[in-house]
Design a protein around this ligand. Structure first.
Ligand code: LLP
Length: 447
């Protein structure tokens, strides 16, 4: 039986498609990141997440340069460590946090509270207290009960809490249903359509312990078409116009994150930061013109577009086998990680691509890269063409795993979560060390 006529496209070469900017193919056929060969980097153990530091920082700076008058908050949920928070702050970004842990991580990076935002549809009193004690720059109000909750804590601390109100615009954009967030029937935000948003803004505006800064909208993730942002800007500004008539000024509009990236060679290249911002800003300006209000300060919260393409995962190949399918043979290549370090294929049907860390003249065959977990859905790369001679001990590199890889990692099957190594031409440093057996087993009480 011949190999299957299944979809199989080789990964683009370094320097193209979804790879970090400082990934290269060396003369001896090996792949290197910022001058460090993958063989060298694998000495730290595999699986390991690698971050092209200069690429990540450049992507952050590109948003800051593109927005000019406005603010960029890096969405920490995509991947956050104290050092990453610090890099972002030093490039002029604030940090968008969505939990007490993310807030503590940003503070551990010595990011001043004023440059941090706090999100969440279920914020605890202790999280809000920590935020306000650190003079947080903005709290994004997500439900009616939060007005009283935040005001009470602010008054106890003798501070005024700066608030944005997250509105549901009804714009449905983005990839998988689980990552689209602005349709009506889901848990985030306050509806423009039902008047819930208006009620909450009015309450904040008259509460002496709260300061109303403006409006927030996040329509989803992995969005490549700026039309969705433009439609959201339209809806938000129409509401800002209504608020202006009631004497409430919207100083700031945050249009959230969600800017899409390439995961495979077949994915279209996203618009540049400058193009994306220009599209959104012009929609914002014409909506303000129509509503007869001054253009509020604009802010955005990109996560994936900064951390995603600059991060890759390095695995070691274990067992391989050829499996008969209805259409022919498919090669299964098992690696030493899987859905515990990248849950996105299982959770969202996300596609990735993989590259072998050496050159090979062998025939390219339809391959599925699978993890070591006890689930058939433990797939890392569904379809890719890899040389037929891939074998145990080979190093395999998966692209664009920097966002929502380590941040969503688990200890499923009692694996140790991999570390994250920052790599540049100046050297390497752990952003997060790899977990040890003591980390995993140390959680159990002694018998
Ligand atoms: N701002 C808010 C309010 C958000 O909810 C999110 C993402 C972002 C910003 C950043 O979005 P980004 O630019 O990274 O797409 N785990 C999913 C993504 C969930 C995103 C949740 N919110 C994934 O792996 O695709």
């Amino acid at each position: 039986m011949p190999f299957a006529p299944l979809a199989h496209v080789p990964a683009p070469e370094p320097g193209e498609g979804p790879w970090p900017r400082n990934l290269t193919r060396e003369a001896n056929g090996e792949v290197a990141l910022a001058g460090h060969t993958l063989t060298e980097l694998a000495e730290n153990g595999t699986p390991v997440y690698l971050v092209d530091k200069d690429d990540m920082v450049a992507r952050a700076k590109a948003w800051v340069d593109a927005i000019g008058e406005g603010d960029v908050y890096y969405a920490g949920k995509s991947f956050l460590t104290p050092a990453v928070a610090r890099w972002m702050y030093e490039e002029g970004l604030g940090i968008d946090t969505a939990s007490e842990g993310e807030l503590r991580t940003a503070l551990a990076g010595r990011v001043p509270g004023e440059r941090i935002g706090l999100h969440g549809n279920s914020k605890s009193d202790s999280t809000l207290k920590l935020a306000l004690e650190n003079y947080i720059g903005r709290i994004v109000v997500d439900s009616p009960g939060e007005v009283e909750q935040i005001a009470t804590i602010a008054s106890e601390l003798g501070v005024v809490a700066p608030c944005l109100v997250r509105v549901t615009t009804g714009v449905h954009a983005g990839g998988h249903e689980f990552i689209a967030t602005a349709h009506e029937d889901q848990k985030f935000g306050l509806s423009l359509a039902t008047g819930a948003a208006l009620e909450v803004v009015s309450e904040i505006a008259k509460n002496p312990h709260l300061k109303f800064l403006g409006l927030h909208s996040h329509i989803g993730s992995q969005i490549l078409d700026p039309q969705g942002f433009a439609a959201a800007a339209d809806a938000v500004i129409e509401f800002a116009g209504e608020l202006a008539k009631r004497g409430i000024e919207v100083h700031e509009v945050d249009l959230g994150g969600g800017y899409g990236i390439q995961y495979t060679g077949e994915d279209p290249a996203p618009q540049t930061e400058v193009e994306m911002i220009a599209g959104i800003r012009s929609a914002l300006e014409s909506a303000c013109d129509k509503a007869g209000i001054p253009v509020p300060r604009m802010s955005i919260e990109p996560g994936r577009s900064i951390s995603g393409p600059s991060g890759i995962t390095l695995y070691t190949v274990g067992a391989t086998k050829d499996v008969m399918t209805d259409d022919g043979v498919r090669r299964y290549v098992s690696i030493d990680g899987g859905m515990s370090d990248n849950t996105r294929p299982a959770l969202y049907g996300a596609n990735y691509t993989a590259l072998l860390n050496r050159e090979s003249d062998a025939e390219l065959v339809p391959t599925r890269v699978v993890g070591m977990h006890c689930e058939s859905g433990d797939i890392v790369v569904k379809d890719v063409a890899l040389p037929k001679d891939v074998t145990r001990g080979d190093l395999l590199l998966v692209a664009a795993t920097g966002a929502y890889g380590r941040s969503m990692a688990s200890n499923y099957n009692m694996v140790r979560k991999p570390g994250v190594l920052a790599v540049s031409d100046r050297g390497t440093a752990w952003l997060m060390r790899p977990e040890t057996w003591e980390d995993v087993l140390g959680l159990f009480p002694e018998l």
